[in-house]
Design a protein around this ligand. Structure first.
Ligand SMILES: [Zn+2]
Length: 483
């Protein structure tokens, strides 16, 4: 009996001897690794509702008692066997949880009986897989679309032309022309944003010309004419010109005309060559383009109908500020980078955590602003006024426009700051983990994304390498002959 305890599952010689010595024990051979089990354990396995039990029932012959060969993983079974022997179920580190799940199914064990220490790892793996399924589905969809587009280019007629042009417009990685188009688009987007940004700085403003003043004053121009001509006597009193009326330098105006023309041309091309019109009008990026263009054109039309609009603040400025939308065109440029897509997935997958963080922040904000107000410090005139202070303190920004001045409110402030740091320290890693998870996984996809021909050549190289290695090693028979 002492010997039985020392039985080494990985020592088949010892095991086979034992098989001969003891008639009561049964030998399970799992792909070469032999396990000696008692009849009790054997009948436990056989009584389960599982593929394993069905197989054992088939192979089991009580009269011959030969060892039973099962072509299953031995590492997983070395973890499963203790469970049948009445101990706890743990998952080996070296086995992929997906593999282990398959083995558990084969042996008819419910995963939930696993010990907590390993079950958390097991569950975390499947949660992760669920999250990654978003990326998988999306990538598969992209690949399928690319493939169908590529297939269409092989055809003839309008559909083929449409697909070819669309590839140039949408898939920068497919051809040199598409790359050039992508770079050109990128330059135009950058230049257009540059014009918007610079237009707000005094360096890029100039004073108005005479013709522009005429537009500006309209019928009142005659009163100010003296500023622009020498014929008017010097001693007549002239009303001063308004100081704050300035306009963009000409270069910026020309840049705007050029970029608007380019974007108009581009959106028309997209509309004509988009394989699905429905998708064209449901695309967020297309709507960005359309709205940005509509804003620009309405600005031009407003300027034409009322030239004074160009130089003054008016209701139209509300529409004018919509120009900011053109900044979103940057999304079209970055959407082809996997890193950006990964960031979007990470945000999507962390939506619940972001919501949780907002809830925590909200509760803490309400609590600390109330505490600060009731501390009696006159820096906090009301609870709503203290909201701002609480948020800024908890996010560790601390503008310093509001700060506690007395002991009690300082104490509240200190607790508020520490709570904020703890909250953020807990939530941020979840987001970071999701990002890293997606990023690593997207790298795998990038490899798979490579053209099949390229991958095939890589595979065949690998196989060749293996064959060479096998050739180089003398076989066992060779060695015997040499001896
Ligand atoms: Zn464990």
């Amino acid at each position: 009996m002492v010997l039985k305890k020392e039985t080494n599952a990985l020592n088949p010689l010892l095991l086979s001897n034992w098989g001969k010595m003891s008639d009561e024990n049964i030998i399970l051979n799992l792909s070469g690794s032999k396990f000696e089990i008692s009849t009790g354990v054997f009948f436990t396995i056989k009584s389960m509702q599982s593929p394993a039990s069905a197989m054992l029932k088939q192979c089991w012959n009580p009269s011959s008692r030969k060892e039973i060969l099962l072509e299953r993983q031995s590492i997983a079974f070395s973890a499963i066997l203790p469970y049948f022997q009445g101990r706890k179920l743990h998952m080996p580190l070296s086995v992929c949880p997906l593999d282990f799940q398959e083995e558990l199914e084969f042996w008819g064990i419910d995963p939930s009986v696993m010990s907590k220490c390993c079950f958390s790892r097991y569950c975390a793996f499947f949660d992760e897989q669920q999250v990654l399924a978003i990326l998988d589905n999306d990538q598969l969809k992209r690949l399928r679309e690319q493939k169908s587009l590529q297939d269409r280019t092989m055809g003839t007629g309008w559909r083929s032309v449409q697909a070819k042009v669309w590839m140039v417009l949408e898939e920068p990685s497919t051809s040199v022309l598409a790359k050039i188009f992508f770079v050109l688009s990128a330059i135009f987007v950058m230049v257009s944003i540059f014009a918007l940004v610079c237009g707000t700085h005094p360096t890029f403003k100039r004073s108005l010309r005479v013709s522009e003043w005429r537009d500006y004053f309209g019928s009142d121009f005659s009163k100010f004419e003296g500023h622009f001509s020498d014929s008017v006597p010097v001693n007549t009193t002239l009303p001063p010109l308004p100081l704050n009326v300035r306009t963009n330098v000409d270069a910026l105006v020309y840049i705007e005309y050029i970029t608007v023309t380019y974007f108009t041309f581009e959106i028309i091309l997209r509309l004509i060559f988009c394989p699905s019109k429905l998708r064209f009008f449901t695309s967020f990026l297309n709507w960005i383009d359309i709205i940005a263009l509509v804003v620009m054109y309405s600005k031009y039309f407003a300027n034409l109908s009322n030239p004074k609009e160009k130089y003054t603040a008016s209701i139209f400025d509300t529409v004018h500020c919509l120009q900011i939308i053109r900044v979103f065109r940057l999304f079209r440029l970055v959407k082809n980078f996997s890193g950006f897509r990964v960031l979007l997935y990470a945000v999507r997958a962390s939506a619940f955590e972001v919501f949780l963080m907002s809830m925590f922040l909200l509760v803490a904000m309400l609590m600390f602003s109330a505490f600060a107000f009731f501390s009696g410090d006159e820096s906090f005139p009301s609870i709503p006024d203290s909201f701002w202070w609480a948020i800024v303190t908890m996010t560790t920004v601390g503008y310093g426009d509001m700060y506690p001045k007395i002991g009690l409110s300082k104490f509240v402030g200190a607790v508020c700051a520490v709570t904020g740091v703890c909250l953020i320290a807990v939530i941020i890693p979840i987001f970071v983990n999701n990002f890293i998870l997606f990023y690593v996984y997207s790298k795998i996809w990038e490899r798979k994304d490579k053209p099949i021909i390229e991958r095939d050549s890589y595979e065949s190289k690998k196989i060749k390498f293996k064959i060479n290695k096998i050739d180089a090693v003398p076989s066992v028979c060779d060695l015997k002959q040499a001896n």
